[in-house]
Design a protein around this ligand. Structure first.
Ligand code: HAM
Length: 432
């Protein structure tokens, strides 16, 4: 039999890696609760047409698509937003707004495997449905900042733009939505020249081309100044001016709230997903070139899926890339080790008592492993050392006769005989 390997682009997560992924997931879930998001679980397999509707050419071409045995064209989800919009358009149609939904899980894109780009990856995803107000946009930014802070990430920054700037210009020029989507895809990949060629071919005016060139150059960390420049550049295009205004309102409200965000505004910023209608943003850390998270406003998607016209926005935090960023910044995930205990029977007669005691200790909230390899106490203790366990309980016939066991503090390398009835308190007391 040949040695089997994982399928290209798919990964196993060994215990330490899995622990780091789950740590990010848990912090994300806790944050969802703090912001009033409720968790939903949607299927990994969805109808292809749902996922393909507005995901954009790039993702559409990279979906894992197949016919199920019932002949349906289905795909593995490449993102959560389409599934959540489906829920809100159907089963959650009558929920009072806003509806705030959190989901976390694995997603699939047939990307070329490389650093930070996997075919199976995880997102912690937040969708905020029902509000068209800038305070909702602000919340998505602040929530993302909070997550980065809670995880201990440093020097992260937001890249922020508004799809209404480019789309506003292009639609006023009569560029069809299909062509616009193509142009946005190219811009998302930073293929400026190719995008300009398509724009020229779409019959856009010279003024449009000159405006777009200025828009592409309009970037800066000072949002007021950058948006002022952007507004001047797009003044002939009413919808684009409105988009700049909307962005200004969001960023001013953020600044007035006292929350400090490190931002770079890019007037020509585009994201591959086609459903965006308003603000779009991504987060970065200096150590990694690719985005850790991405999000934006999508006010037309729920309607497209048959729901009421419903404004919405959301953000997906890329769990895998956040873990990579934490590795680069050498941030340990905080996992409590102090409450781990091993219970070691010194002979066969003490085994049953050791199992019984371990149940009692677990009942008190301690994480307990029983020695099951039949090793001598000294061997079992060195194994406990290796695993950085805090306490060992050594169960032997002599002490048991008096209702006692030996409790060893693994760090201090000290041990004493304690009464079984006091064992939990002794362990909990000394691990405070
Ligand atoms: P996205 O920008 O396609 O947006 O993905 C968000 C994040 O998922 C990325 O910033 C990245 O961290 C992670 N990600 C994407 N593809 C990969 C990959 N191949 N390998 C590793 N990580 C990856 C969305 O998915 C939107 N649904 C976000 C959103 C929610 N917009 C509104 N609501």
């Amino acid at each position: 039999m040949p040695a089997f390997r994982t399928v290209r682009g798919m990964r196993d997560f060994l215990p330490q890696e899995a622990e780091r992924m789950r740590h990010v997931e848990q912090v994300s879930r806790k944050l969802a609760q703090l912001y009033g998001y409720e968790e939903v679980i949607t299927p990994v397999v969805e109808l292809y047409n749902l996922l393909a509707a507005k995901s954009g050419e790039e993702i559409r071409e990279r979906m894992y698509t197949f016919k199920d045995l019932g002949g349906r064209k289905v795909a593995l989800r490449p993102e959560f937003t389409a599934s959540v919009a489906r829920l809100v358009a159907t089963k959650m149609r009558n929920e009072p707004k806003p509806v705030k939904l959190f989901c976390v899980g694995s997603l699939y894109r047939y990307d070329e495997p490389q650093y930070g780009r996997f075919r199976e990856f995880w997102q912690a995803n937040y969708e905020f449905i029902g509000s068209s107000k800038p305070e909702a946009d602000v919340e998505a930014l602040i929530l993302t900042k909070d997550l980065m802070d809670k995880l201990g990430l440093r020097d992260y920054w937001f890249k922020i733009g508004h799809v209404g700037i480019l789309r506003g210009i292009l639609s006023q020029e009569g560029v069809t939505e299909e062509q616009q989507n193509r142009i946005m895809q190219l811009l998302d990949k930073k293929l400026w020249e190719e995008a300009l060629t398509v724009i020229r071919g779409s019959g856009a005016s010279q003024n449009c081309l000159a405006t777009l060139k200025k828009v592409f150059e309009t970037k800066g960390k000072d949002f007021s100044q950058t948006l002022k420049r952007a507004e001047e550049s797009v003044q002939d295009y009413e919808k684009a001016v409105a988009a700049v205004e909307n962005l200004r309102e969001i960023l001013e409200l953020t600044a007035e709230s006292g929350v400090k965000l490190e931002v770079t505004i890019e007037a020509g910023f585009a994201r591959g997903l086609e459903y965006y209608t308003g603000i779009i943003f991504e987060t970065y850390v200096p150590e990694i070139e690719i985005a850790l998270s991405g999000g934006g406003r999508y006010d037309k998607l729920i309607e497209l899926f048959g729901g009421e016209p419903t404004p919405a926005l959301g953000v997906a935090q890329g769990v895998d890339r956040i873990v990579l960023a934490m590795d680069k910044q050498r941030i340990p995930s905080k996992v409590a080790r102090e409450r781990r205990v091993v219970v070691i029977p010194v002979d066969e007669e003490s085994r049953a008592k050791a199992i019984g005691l371990s149940s009692m200790l677990r009942g008190a909230g301690l994480s307990v492993e029983v020695e099951v390899m039949g090793r001598k106490v000294s061997k079992a203790l060195s194994d406990a050392d290796r695993k950085a366990v805090a306490h060992a309980v050594i169960v032997g016939p002599e002490e048991l006769k008096e209702g006692k066991v030996v409790l060893r503090d693994m760090k201090k390398r000290e041990q004493r005989v304690v009464k079984i009835k006091n064992l939990c308190e002794e362990i909990l007391g000394s691990s405070k």
